[in-house]
Design a protein around this ligand. Structure first.
Ligand code: SAM
Length: 229
């Protein structure tokens, strides 16, 4: 999969050199290109923001550097999905991660300040597929952290990125439930014992216990995930 990321803080994406995604880059499973939006400015101060029309606090990202950068990135006729992270977008979840993992190329546009001039999104949508995606109902300072989270959630779904693909199926949100609690050795730690059923060797009993625990946790923490009774 090819990823292009446009940002005024390319250094954020050094995190993609680390751990499993770093290995995926080295092995060629992930082809990441980070672009500095300021490279498409033409004034001495490399300006990317200006005051908002209509007034109000904060600055808005100017359309020209975005237009020039996206023109270059969308010149190839390979039908990428262009992602604008924004708290005003549709919520990101595991189903969205799976959809994005099916794409050949993703182009991420990291907003800063009060966001990007809306005409950039509209102009891009007139010639490419666009998704406005929110990481959750909170406001970050910029799109970089949101993009890192999305790339990690998507990247780990790509075939070959996770060593044992089975570990992807037994996870929270895979079967609509939160995951059951996990334990490792030692069997007793600070007088807390690992549940006996997990040490019983009875695979059926373990599976039933895990399902009950997953249901109980989901009911307690995220009842909204369960179908109405
Ligand atoms: N004024 C915007 C609003 O109220 O919707 C928030 C702008 S925010 C300070 C700056 C940038 O951070 C946004 O353009 C977006 O790229 C990113 N961002 C902030 N919160 C986000 C979220 N929950 N999900 C995805 N991106 C987010």
């Amino acid at each position: 999969m090819r990823l292009d990321v446009v940002t005024i803080f390319p250094e954020f994406f050094a995190a993609l050199d680390v751990s499993l995604l770093g290995k995926a880059r080295t092995s060629g499973l992930l082809d990441v290109h980070v672009h500095d939006l300021r490279d498409a400015t033409h004034d001495r101060h490399r300006t990317v923001d200006d005051t908002p029309y209509g007034g109000g606090a904060g600055m808005v990202m100017k359309p020209e550097p975005w237009g020039e950068t996206l023109d270059a990135l969308l010149a190839d006729d390979d039908d990428p999905l262009v992602v604008f992270p924004t708290p005003a977008g549709t919520p990101f979840d595991q189903a969205a991660a799976k959809r994005l993992a099916g794409e050949r190329r993703l182009v991420f546009c990291c907003g800063r300040y009060e966001g990007i001039d809306q005409r950039v999104v509209d102009d891009t949508a007139s010639r490419a597929r666009v998704a406005e995606i929110s990481l959750g109902d909170f406001v970050l300072n910029g799109g970089e952290v949101a993009v890192l989270a999305i790339v990690e959630a998507v990247g780990r779904l790509l075939p070959g990125v996770i060593g044992n693909p089975e570990s992807l199926t037994e996870e929270s949100h895979e079967d609509g439930l939160l995951e059951y609690p996990s334990y490792t050795k030692p069997a007793v730690w600070r007088e807390r014992e690992v549940p006996a059923v997990l040490r019983s060797g009875d695979h059926g009993a373990v599976a039933r216990w895990r399902h009950e625990q997953a249901l109980e946790r989901t009911r307690r923490v995220r009842p909204d995930l369960l179908p109405p009774e």
